[in-house]
Write a protein that binds this ligand. Sequence first.
Ligand code: MRU
Length: 367
Amino acid sequence: MKVGNTHYRSIWFDAEKAKVMIIDQRWLPHEFRVVELDGLDEFATAIRDMWVRGAPLIGATAAYGIAIEMQRNASDEALDNAWERLNETRPTAVNLRWALDEMRKVLSALPESERARAAFRKAEEINDADVETNRMIGVHGLEIIKKIAATKKSGEAVNILTHCNAGWLATVDWGTATSPMYHAAAAGIPLHVWVDETRPRNQGAQLTSWEMNSHGIPHHLIVDNAGGHLMQHGEVDLVIVGTDRTTASGDVCNKIGTYLKALAAHDNNVPFYVALPSSTIDWTVDDGVREIPIEERDDREVTHVFGRLEDGSVASVQISPDGTPGGNPAFDVTPARLVTGLITERGVAEATREGLLELFPERRDAA
Ligand code: MRU
């Protein structure tokens, strides 16, 4: 998507520098910093410490991480070690493991001498495919927004609530939850987006708001607890969120707080959609609440907030008393029964095993 007049992806290979470049998301919206990633250690740090984040993007980054490591050492041992190092960085988003498996499948079948080039080809393929997948999510999601727009008076906006950042910054481009919004805006449908701030790291406040601003989509930033109230007063037409892992039966694991939005949406008959590339489906898992590992992050993310001071500098400030410990589960699971539909690159599925298998019949034998 565009930053100013320039088209950016959130990650790319700069052929002139022969380096992988990323937008370092820790500094947004206050500073737009592009940095290069060098060596396996730095790739692992960038994922773990959330210079890049969002399920599809951490998979795409890991793919390049393997490619960079194959340039240094293309042995089986180095490949396995890189797989392990990158896989352990963040436990919840299954796209990470998916991308690592895709890389290893291709590379382990090749002689060492061919691995470095093949790894870059495969990483580029994974990145390009992510862009097209998310574009298609937008094409299918647009139909949902169009139907709601058709029930509105002329010029009246469709109000969409979203949580966290499932935008283009969380993918290679387009975003998952935001792709239908960008498509709807391009189709001239009046839109308004309620952006949940998404404590503790404020991905909504810092990243989704920045995206909405950059693309001229009318929006308001709201505190995480406002959604239920807005739904009770008819101010939300639909919810669209992303996901870090979706089970074969349609349970959805996403940023902490998503479950409460789904409960409020259910209670108020507001459609609750989840947008995802099929690489986010974990076909080996059925019961999301019991089986999906939930990342616990540093309690400093809860006791401190990061932002811009009045003098223009950016800083982290403590908001709780000395000695109060924070608890920081980073994701929660929304049971399939609360999900209206799963917007995938192949169309919109019912959030059930059968619904998913209708769109992905090649999984039937494996299921
Ligand atoms: O901890 P984060 O910022 O990586 O969490 C991101 C989310 O929860 C997104 O909603 C999810 O990855 C879907 S991104 C298209």
